[in-house]
Ligand binder design. Structure first.
Ligand SMILES: Nc1ncnc2c1ncn2[C@@H]1O[C@H](COP(=O)(O)OP(=O)(O)O)[C@@H](O)[C@H]1O
Ligand SMILES: [Mg+2]
Length: 565
């Protein structure tokens, strides 16, 4: 058995395992010429003449004859005849720094390619969203496709940059070396020569097209699931995500949250990992609050249009310094320079803007009416006039949000450059009463599930019958606060129960039709709801509790009996 070593300062050429005491050692230099043969005492892991065996992590069964290293071949040939000694050369000849760089680069490319393969498909993303979000099918589809394409693009760009990267002496890892002048962005001489060659060959035209960034904007009424969508997507993608409330944003230099703070938050969320952070998502929530006020009397608009202007560069892609060690106190951040400052390139960060844009539907309806009357006027002047059935105007339909165009959002008060950077528009609908009813019980982590869980911690069984759920949904619809209203209704409905039950002998709490009716009477007449109570049953009154449920909802009764919920 032979073990090849190298002397400190020289490149390892090959390693042979297993190690046995007093093995013959062949010493080779970086040019693979044999310098000396000796023995290596593997028993005490030290060599007899200062040889330094390392890197014995090798793969068995290396085909030595294919190895480019002449000395290994030589060694192999030398020992081929000595089969009795069980000669087994098992590792690759050592790589030069450049080869090492190339193989690390290849490994990274393969890892990214595997990432692409492992990326959840739009269908998988949508079906995951379906588990948590009721309705909004179109929006879920648009989001899934946009996010999938975004990560394809991110990975594609990374692979491109890696492929273009070349070895530079002094590089310690596979850092992507700049082929352009870092300051001017002008290709270096090598790169220029390559481009000229490609041009002369006409190959540049065959290069795969570079994918553009596609940030998106979600428009939908309050409580329709916009924020929930962003939070749920973040869970599937396993990427850092920050939900930035735009109402608190101000331009740099003004009191309030600085725009760059959201990148700092993203950096913190990614465990202070630059690469992770650069693949993250920034959700600009309540972005409609940045719309400039048409009748703004003040000459300086620090919270609206100015912030939109400042956000442009961030969305497009800019270099944002972040602090590695967080001692962040926004007001004094600039006076406390951090040694560990890093720079985040936001060109791969996905920006999702979202907002309710109250009043946008009227702008759309107005445009549609104008367009329709224009086309009617044109048709009136035409000799082949078609008859129009009265009352069929599209513009008169209640929800015209899904027919939004960027021009409408600009009319609303967003600046064209800002909207231009959010090319994908997805809209959410107002949830119907049926949707709201499903929101209460169907999604994973539904509101009723959460309440039932909280009561179960007190040893109390909570039941809400089907007709009661319907009434809660109807009440929330009347309030016009979407699914968010469900939370507030239930919290009021169960306030007394939450107050009365802990420490009492109440074992069952019921919300049925009768309870809801009395609740809505008080609610609609503006009476105080503090004294309102659900139906309580003590531990010996399970039969009465079940009977009450049976009268309204036998399915629920069965589910409770067989512990199916
Ligand atoms: N489509 C939906 N499906 C399920 N739950 C929803 C839906 N829309 C809203 N909700 C519920 O309402 C709450 C508020 O929704 P949110 O996403 O914050 O609304 P917004 O559209 O105003 O951002 C969520 O936490 C969730 O419980
Ligand atoms: Mg929201």
């Amino acid at each position: 058995m032979i073990h090849i070593c190298y002397r400190s300062g020289m490149r390892p050429v090959a390693h042979i395992l297993p190690i046995r005491n007093r093995i013959p050692v062949l010493l080779v230099n970086r040019f693979n010429s044999i310098l000396q043969s000796s023995t290596y005492d593997a028993g005490n892991k030290s060599s007899t003449n200062g040889l330094d065996p390392i890197n014995t992590k090798s793969v068995m069964g290396e085909n030595v004859e294919d190895s480019p290293s002449s000395s290994i071949k030589q060694l192999y040939e030398m020992n081929k005849s000595r089969r009795d000694e069980n000669v087994h050369i098992i590792s690759k000849p050592s790589e030069t720094a450049e080869q090492k760089f190339e193989s690390m680069k290849q490994a990274r490319i393969e890892k990214i390619e595997r990432n692409i393969e492992n990326l959840a498909t739009p269908k998988q993303m949508k079906s995951y969203l379906d588990q948590y979000i009721i309705g909004q099918d179109e929006c879920k589809k648009i989001m899934s496709v946009a996010i999938y394409n975004h990560y394809l693009r991110v990975n594609d760009n990374l692979i491109r940059r890696l492929k273009k990267s070349s070895f530079k002496r002094g590089n310690t890892g596979v850092a992507i070396s700049q082929t352009c002048d870092s300051k001017t962005g002008i290709p270096g001489s090598e790169e220029r020569a390559k481009l000229a060659l490609e041009f002369s060959k006409g190959s540049s035209s065959k290069e795969a097209p570079k994918l553009d960034k596609t940030n998106l904007i979600l428009i939908g009424p309050s409580g329709s699931g916009k924020t929930l969508m962003a939070k749920t997507i973040a869970r599937i993608l396993n990427v850092p995500i920050v939900i930035q409330d735009c109402t608190s944003l101000t331009q740099a230099g003004y009191i309030g949250e600085d725009i760059a703070d959201c990148v700092q938050k993203l950096f913190n969320r990614s465990g202070r990992n630059v690469e992770e952070c650069e693949r993250g998502i920034v959700v600009l929530d309540e972005v409609d609050k940045l719309a400039h006020k048409v009748d703004a009397s003040s000459s300086k608009d620090i919270s609206g249009e100015g912030v939109q202007q400042s956000l442009l560069k961030l969305i497009e892609g800019s270099q944002v310094p972040v602090h590695g060690n967080i001692k962040k106190n926004t007001a004094f951040a600039h006076t406390d320079p951090d040694e560990d400052e890093k720079v985040i390139d936001t060109s791969n960060v996905l920006f999702i803007a979202m907002g309710a844009f109250v009043g946008l539907d009227r702008i759309i309806a107005k445009r549609l009416t104008l367009e329709q009357s224009d086309s009617e006027n044109q048709n009136d002047g035409d000799s082949n006039v078609h008859d129009h059935a009265p009352g069929t105007k599209e513009s008169m339909k209640p929800s015209s949000l899904n027919r939004v165009i960027p021009g409408d959002i600009i009319k609303f008060g967003m600046i064209p450059e800002f909207i231009g950077r959010l090319p994908i528009i997805a809209t959410l609908k107002n949830l119907t009463a049926e949707d709201l009813e499903r929101v209460l019980v169907t999604p994973k982590n539904s509101i009723i599930q959460q309440y039932r869980y909280t009561f179960s911690k007190l040893g109390i069984e909570l039941a809400v019958t089907g007709p009661a759920l319907q009434s809660v949904a109807q009440l929330s619809l009347k309030n016009g606060t979407g699914a968010r209203g469900l939370h507030s209704i239930l919290s009021k409905l169960l306030l007394s129960a939450n107050y009365d039950c802990p420490g009492s002998n109440i074992a069952f709490v019921l919300i049925n039709k009768e309870v809801i009716e009395s609740f809505s009477r008080s609610w609609l007449s503006g009476k105080s709801l503090e004294t309102f109570k659900a139906k309580y049953f003590l531990s010996g009154e399970k039969k009465e509790f079940m009977n009450c449920i049976h009268k309204e909802d036998p399915i629920l009764e069965n589910k409770l009996l067989y512990h199916l919920i």
